[in-house]
Design a protein around this ligand. Structure first.
Ligand code: FE2
Length: 292
């Protein structure tokens, strides 16, 4: 059996220097001071991380928004946290919109976390999509992170990643293919400014080539939808933020998912367990669901 942990959207923050505030970061900082600071808490992330490690996963996937305003000090904090999760061979990272919050930050994720974003055969870290094979599991890692204008949190894959995704899904057919992406492949109309702009093309590739599982973050809540696949629907699972303290909105509280994957082609078994942080500081199992 292969145990895969999935968490996302830590939003680790650091205090910006004044010189770092002009541009979109200024608005983002106001936003942080007004609300998000009270939501994303280090002690919550610590409790979630401890509980995740006690589950002893074989591998951990982190689907973006590790940082908040793309400040160098934030990337350093996130790197320290990643080290507590495990070595780069056991932890896979993809990027969210907050990880490339401003155009000038584009190279920083690779500088700080490059080894966590390197495919098995990639010469260059941070080249998306990349593939990591672990036993019968193929992790196919996309980046939907693009710098956007203030108040926008959209993502985009682009034609190059989409055609490479199609090829990778073909190459890994017969394995348990897990696609990792920050933005969800379906967004309700009210989240138009936070959507994946080429979600339709992404879903078309999945419908044609198939995948056994799609994992995403961005929405800060637990979700399960089924996307069209060539033979069978594809379970698509969103995970809560790993650091959110949300006493009045329990569905927005921190949590993570554990996938237990077993079996073989045409006879896969996969069960997801969601573990959620509670106001008493404990992390508990909320629900278990069979996906395969
Ligand atoms: Fe996001």
């Amino acid at each position: 059996m292969f145990v895969l942990a999935h968490l996302s959207d830590l939003h680790l923050a650091a205090r910006p220097r004044l010189s770092e505030l002009p541009n979109k970061r200024g608005l983002g900082f106001i936003n942080w001071q007004r609300g998000r600071k009270k939501v994303h808490r280090a002690e919550v992330l610590d409790a979630v991380t401890r509980d995740l490690k006690a589950c002893a996963p074989d591998h951990t996937a982190v689907t973006g928004d590790l940082v908040n305003l793309s400040l160098p000090a934030e990337y350093a904090r996130a790197r320290d946290w990643l080290k507590t999760l495990g070595p780069p061979s056991d932890v896979t990272v993809t990027l969210g919109n907050h990880d490339v919050y401003v155009p000038g930050a584009a190279r920083l994720p690779v500088e700080f976390w490059g080894e966590y974003m390197r495919g098995d055969d990639s010469a260059e870290p941070g080249t998306f999509p990349f593939l990591r094979r672990r036993g019968a599991v193929a992790l196919i890692v996309l980046s939907s992170a693009v710098p956007t204008a203030p108040l926008l949190a959209t993502g985009r894959l682009g034609e190059r990643q989409l055609s490479r995704l199609a090829a990778l899904l073909d190459e890994t057919s017969g394995l348990f293919r897990v696609v990792l992406i920050h933005h969800p492949p379906v967004s309700p109309a009210r989240r138009h400014l936070r959507r994946l702009t080429d979600a339709r093309q992404f879903r078309q590739v999945l419908a044609a080539k198939g995948a056994e599982l799609v994992l995403h973050g961005h929405d800060h809540r637990r979700s399960l939808i089924w996307l069209e696949g060539p033979h069978r629907s594809i379970p698509t699972v969103g995970v809560p933020s790993a650091s959110a303290r949300a006493p009045h909105h329990r569905e927005h509280a921190a949590g993570f998912n554990i996938f237990r994957i077993d079996g073989e082609p045409d006879a896969w078994r996969c069960e997801v367990t969601t573990r959620m942080w509670d106001a008493d500081g404990r992390v508990r199992e909320l629900e278990r669901e069979t996906l395969w």
